[in-house]
Write a protein that binds this ligand. Structure first.
Ligand code: FRU
Length: 539
């Protein structure tokens, strides 16, 4: 049975078997959360793509339903690729998705629920008008997909974006419609300067600059900024800017930055994400696809591939310069046994076990206080790419103020360990905090992608504690630095640190001591992910 394997997760969303990629059309409707996703019903590698469908009352426990969207007509015979849901007036959900048509062109289609009074929206009917949008002349028909959630402007017309690439530059093309059936091309919303792969799965939504409340996708006004996210070159990049529906102009504050010093949702493995507005809890929730880092042969053997990240709530930071992400509150319902340590010195060169919890399936929060900042090592101003810094400053390289952090999924002899850690460094007379996730010793098994990841955390280590939360789940470690300012997700496949042989440690491989202000770790229970027949009534 594919569900009884060491690398299956306990509380991340994954189907019982086969291939999964992008989250599609997430929504909250009529008391129920829906998640659709790119799925291969016939195998553990990409192909035969349909929209699988699961529903939940809490975004943690799921019921799997039958596939919602699968090839039926000339407009999608060759695949039903990514897309989004828009809630139309009267609370009518509409799915917009990319179909691969008879000629293998990418076209945009609509599907509507067969019966909106079915609380689970199990059956979807495709529009007789499909395809609604076909590739414009100037774009390659292979680079025209992944429609966004639509938003309504002051003129009441609907807008949406389609991901594309024109002349070697990724772009998102804006379309407009009055009736949601006939769509008119307006042009590129924004082009970054850099040459990139095509922009997959664009996302475009407002964030409030004033409150911790989130905004519905069509909300606009003075106290908002807009986020444009695009997936390309293996990462999810975003920019912040100002958008007015009157002119449909989006003026950005920053350009897409390809190096890991720029803004990304996550500096590790994280792709093709999508947000939705949760009207029940007035928050915006982000889902992202976490790929495997093993080989196709291994995926076939396991019989599955791909995870969804823990749903994260997204907000703008108080400075307004970037987003913060945090695992949704509901995840904490799965916390079981807790161990806590307060105010403890962590001497240079020490490794201390956090025992008493299930280390392979755990949630950990730790905050560090720097007591001797003057000892921070100076780095030369040319080495500004954090991922590169993390590749040389690995967890096993002795530093000064760092590396300190957690050793997750570690074996007792520490031969296997996934290290998530910080370095406090001095650059141009300023203190900077580098966050790394080091997979280089995550497994004794060969043939795995063990790339190290890194990002800077925008904070002042002289006045603020450096915090880390890591959600550990057998083959995934999702880490949140600086209360969610810098996120790094890693996939690892330990050979020794498996199940109850896995350990958790807090370590300091610098020469300078730091203080643990607080460390709390919890064993995590399993989420229930069951087929419809085994459904239990919600409590
Ligand atoms: C992103 C992506 C999308 C596409 C889908 C196909 O991972 O390539 O652009 O619609 O996956 O499964």
């Amino acid at each position: 049975d594919a569900t009884d394997q060491p690398y299956r997760t306990g509380y991340h969303f994954q189907p019982r078997r086969n291939w999964m990629n992008d989250p599609n059309g997430p929504m909250y409707y009529n008391g129920v959360y829906h998640l659709f996703y790119q799925y291969n019903p016939y195998g553990a590698v990409w192909g035969n793509i349909v929209w699988a469908h699961s529903v939940s009352y809490d975004l943690i426990n799921w019921v799997n339903l039958e596939d919602a969207i699968y090839p039926t007509g000339p407009f999608d015979v060759n695949g039903c690729w990514s897309g989004s849901v828009t809630l139309l007036p009267g609370d009518k959900p509409a799915i917009f998705y990319a179909g691969i048509d008879l000629k293998n062109r990418q076209v945009q289609n609509i599907a509507l629920p067969k019966n909106t009074s079915d609380p689970l929206l199990r059956e979807w009917v495709k529009s007789p008008h499909n395809p609604l949008i076909t590739p414009p002349n100037e774009t390659d028909p292979n680079f025209f997909r992944d429609p966004t959630t639509a938003w309504q402007g002051e003129d009441m017309a609907w807008r949406l974006l389609v991901g594309s690439q024109i002349k070697g530059q990724g772009t998102a093309i804006l379309y407009k419609s009055i009736d949601f059936i006939r769509w008119r091309m307006i042009g590129s919303l924004f082009n970054s300067m850099a040459e990139t792969d095509m922009w997959e799965c664009p996302d475009f939504y407002p964030v409030s600059t004033r409150s911790r409340n989130s905004l519905e996708t069509s909300d606009q006004g003075e106290l908002t900024k807009h986020v444009l996210k695009a997936s390309f070159n293996h990462h999810d990049y975003y920019v912040l800017g100002n958008y007015k529906t009157k002119t449909d102009r989006f003026s950005v504050e920053n350009d897409f930055t390809l190096s890991s010093s720029g803004l990304r949702y996550d500096y590790g493995k994280y792709y093709a994400s999508k947000t939705f507005y949760d009207s029940a809890k007035k928050r915006r929730i982000l889902w992202g696809w976490i790929n495997e880092s093993d080989s196709k042969a291994f995926d076939n053997k396991k019989g599955w591939s791909g995870l969804q990240s823990i749903p994260r709530s997204v907000l703008l930071t108080e400075t307004g310069k970037q987003l913060v992400q945090w695992p949704i509150k509901e995840m904490e319902k799965l916390r079981a046994k807790e161990v806590t340590t307060l105010s403890k010195d962590l001497k240079g060169g020490s490794v201390v076990e956090v025992s008493g919890i299930t280390a392979a399936q755990a949630d950990v929060k730790v905050s560090f206080k720097i007591t001797d900042i003057a000892k921070a090592e100076t780095i030369d101003h040319n080495s500004v790419d954090p991922q590169l810094l993390c590749s040389s400053k690995t967890a096993s390289v002795r530093g000064k103020l760092g590396p300190f952090g957690l050793l997750a999924l570690a074996s007792e002899d520490l031969k296997e360990q996934t290290a998530i850690y910080f370095h406090v460094l001095k650059k141009h007379g300023k203190f900077v905090v580098l966050m790394c996730s080091d997979q280089s010793r995550s497994s004794l098994t060969g043939g795995l992608d063990k790339t190290n990841y890194g990002g800077f955390v925008d904070m002042d280590p002289r006045h603020e504690k450096i915090s880390l939360r890591s959600s550990i789940d057998h083959s995934i470690v999702e880490s949140f630095g600086g209360e969610g300012k810098t996120c790094i997700t890693a996939r690892v496949y330990p050979s020794l640190a498996v199940g109850n042989r896995a350990r958790l440690y807090v370590f300091n491989n610098g020469t300078v001591g730091v203080k643990i202000s607080r460390l709390s770790a919890w064993s995590m229970r399993n989420a229930q992910i069951a087929p419809i027949s085994k459904r239990r009534k919600p409590k």
